[in-house]
Design a protein around this ligand. Sequence first.
Ligand SMILES: [Zn+2]
Length: 175
Amino acid sequence: MTPQRIATLFAAFCFGTAAWAAGPHQHGVAQLDVGVEPGRVVLELDTPLDNLLGFERAPRTDAERERAAAVVKKLQAADGLFRIDPAAGCTLEKVSLKSAALGLGADAAPAKGEHADLEGRFEFRCKAGAKAGFLEVGLFEAFAPLKRIELQVVTQRGQLKAVLVRPASRVVLAR
Ligand SMILES: [Zn+2]
C-alpha cells in the first residue's frame, strides 16, 4: 500500500460515522450550528467524543461509566451549557444525543475503529427568538479537552461563521 493510499484511508476514517456530521473529526475541535428563528433556537453540536470524555470508546470500568453518565447529564441540562440572551425568552424543549460508542441514539451501532463522535441537537422554544443578541456557550467550562468551537449561525438576517477559542464563550447573534 502506497503512503498516499494510507493517507486517503485515514482521512476518510476520521470523518466519523454520522450522516449529519458537519466537519472533520479533529481532537480539541467541535462544530456548532446555530439556527435562530422567531419561535425557536436550534443548536447542533458535532464533536469527537474525546473532547467530552477524554476517551473514544464504550466505557469499560465503573469509573468510565460514571464519567460517561456525567457527560450525558451535562448535555441533557443544555440550558446550563447554552445560555441564550434572556431578551429572546427561550426555554429548553428537547435534547437528542447520538453516539454509537455510548449506545445513544436510535441507530446506535457498535463503534468501529479508533475514533468516535457525539452529535447533539438542542431545541429551545422562544417567545422572541429574533431578539436574541448573543449566545453564551459553556462548553469550555464543562469539557476540559475542548479548545476550539467552529460555529455557523443562521438567522433571518443571514448567515455568519465564527470561531470560539478557549476561554471565549460569547457569540454575537445580532448587532
Ligand atoms: Zn478521535
